[in-house]
Design a protein around this ligand. Sequence first.
Ligand SMILES: Nc1ncnc2c1ncn2[C@@H]1O[C@H](COP(=O)(O)OP(=O)(O)O)[C@@H](O)[C@H]1O
Ligand SMILES: O=C(O)C1=C[C@@H](OP(=O)(O)O)[C@@H](O)[C@H](O)C1
Ligand SMILES: [Mg+2]
Length: 185
Amino acid sequence: MGDSDLLKGINLYLVGMMGAGKTTIGKILAAQLGYGFVDTDAVIEQLTQKSINQIFAEEGETTFRQIETKVLSEVCAYTRLAISTGGGIVLRRENWSYLHYGLIVWLDVPVEQLYSRLAEDNTRPLLQDPDPIGKLRSLLDERRSLYAEADLHITPHPQDTPNAIAAQVLEAIPSVLKAGVGSRE
Ligand SMILES: Nc1ncnc2c1ncn2[C@@H]1O[C@H](COP(=O)(O)OP(=O)(O)O)[C@@H](O)[C@H]1O
Ligand SMILES: O=C(O)C1=C[C@@H](OP(=O)(O)O)[C@@H](O)[C@H](O)C1
Ligand SMILES: [Mg+2]
């Protein structure tokens, strides 16, 4: 069953750290809203025909960030999408001008949990570091105040399933819509 009128067609953007569950929960939210689903990393991989690891290794993070901004600038022109972003989308000020066309949701998950989810995962180039937990901590320190610019701040409990977290997001949406989100005023 789709809750298609909840957001009145406005896009929903998930932001937050690597491993927060943006890709996983974005898919569930899209289905529940009756929206399309877009993952900016997946679009970047399709467009370049390279994995995120390959782009970082062969072209560097700056080029990745340029492509990410281009993809976001194009995706934001559509409506009725749930969009899972990459964890670093908040870094470029220009990206906020696109994100703010929609409702921005921060999935705020503790570093220990991010680490336990990603410890065996080698698809996050920024975590290919001798001290991945320290790296997660320092990235979160740099980004916390940026994530906090989101319209909605969700702090799931460690044992919450993706479905339960999606339900928390849907439940919280009406309260923030009253604040005029999506109107760019
Ligand atoms: N609520 C959750 N509980 C347990 N595992 C989760 C949860 N959300 C995501 N995961 C797992 O954590 C990993 C990272 O999730 P992902 O959706 O790719 O995060 P992100 O896109 O934010 O980096 C995946 O293996 C996913 O299955
Ligand atoms: O936090 C980051 O800077 C990044 C997060 C990744 O996406 P996820 O947040 O979906 O893991 C991906 O965009 C890239 O590896 C960089
Ligand atoms: Mg992701």
